[in-house]
Design a protein. Structure first.
Length: 222
């Protein structure tokens, strides 16, 4: 029974806990805490807007379809089709910029990776800290470097947003973006975790009749 409960806890544990394994954040050593709240639809909607505006031009998220995103985040499909689908013909298509990866490799040194599972691979805290730690560096091709990922080939694509918002509002915006990316890595996570609570409660209740039945069965055995 203990092994069964442990297995269920691992199954229903947050995915980033299983994937991150602690880890540091480059020069900073410790990552900042990402404000992840997958039940905050407003944050997720804003994060989706930011991802599709600033990230999806280069990065794909091919394991998430626009239709699923609209359904989960309570966004009208017509609004998704009108304002969010820049490189797709149908709302059932995956998020994919359809840019030639060989050309991207020439521009950036390496083709930008798919970001569907980035927060599971790196952890939300790592991604959040990474996006907040670009700094000017004239020695780099794009004029910027990163304290978390030294000599990264990615330009600081969120710089216009940072200049527009200022430090505090920019941090909040990046938090929304990472919140969406965390959802994107596992769209069914909220449902899975909710189901996990009920499963564990059911098992706890089931232990009572199982214990009594076991006691009754073995009472005459010496």
């Amino acid at each position: 029974m203990k092994k069964l409960i442990l297995a269920l806890c691992l199954v229903f544990a947050p995915s980033w806990v299983l994937a991150s394994g602690g880890g540091g954040c480059g020069e900073l050593h410790e990552c900042e805490k990402a404000p992840v709240d997958l039940r905050n639809k407003e944050s997720l909607q804003h994060g989706a807007q930011l991802f599709l505006s600033y990230c999806s031009g280069c990065h794909s998220a091919k394991y998430l379809r626009y239709e699923r995103m609209a359904q989960d985040l309570d966004i009208e499909p017509k609004l998704v089709e009108k304002y969010m689908m820049f490189a797709a013909d149908k709302i059932g298509d995956p998020i994919d910029p359809k840019v030639n990866q060989k050309d991207q490799a020439k521009w950036f040194g390496n083709a930008p990776p798919d970001l569907s599972l980035e927060t599971r691979f790196r952890s939300p805290d790592w991604v959040y800290t990474y996006l907040l730690n670009f700094y000017p560096d004239d020695k780099r091709p794009w004029g910027v470097n990163n304290r978390v990922f030294k000599d990264v080939g990615m330009p600081h694509v969120l710089d216009p947003l940072e200049q527009q918002l200022g430090p505090e509002e920019f941090e909040a915006a990046v938090g929304d973006l990472v919140n969406f990316m965390t959802y994107m890595a596992e769209p069914s996570r909220v449902t899975r975790e909710s189901m996990g609570v009920w499963v564990l409660l059911f098992l706890a209740l089931l232990m009572v009749p199982v214990y009594l039945l076991n006691k009754e069965f073995w009472k005459d055995v010496k």
